[in-house]
Design a protein. Sequence first.
Length: 151
Amino acid sequence: MSRLESLYQELILDHNKSPRNFGKLDPFTHYSHGINPLCGDDYEVTLTVSDDVVVDAQFTGSGCAISKASGSLMTLAIIGQPVTTIIRLKNLFLKMLLTDTLTHDERQQLGKLAVLEGVKKFPARVKCAALVWRAIEDALSPSATATVSTE
């Protein structure tokens, strides 16, 4: 097993066992509910946004280790960031999962999130990693629907 594969497995297991920012903010300013009907992943994302900066973020729900780890890593990456930065990060993360066109610079911008690139080896699990990011996309959208699905 390569060092990257080992790191990928360790990170998934750690963030699944002890997810960071797992819970529901009360009160919150932004919300979305993400569902993956094929595998049963089901998460709610709550945010507190002030002056276009996400000052707090939490997620709650249930799902596989990949979806929970992705949510945990996502909240760590977005807290304290301007909404524009989060949208750019979300686009890069989804580009990483869905294409092979990520540049070295873009991978660097993803930081620790880049380790989830290993999910691409399991195409059926890509939607698991993307679910909470689709929920963030919805929560921060001016036309938020409050519920997104991977289907």
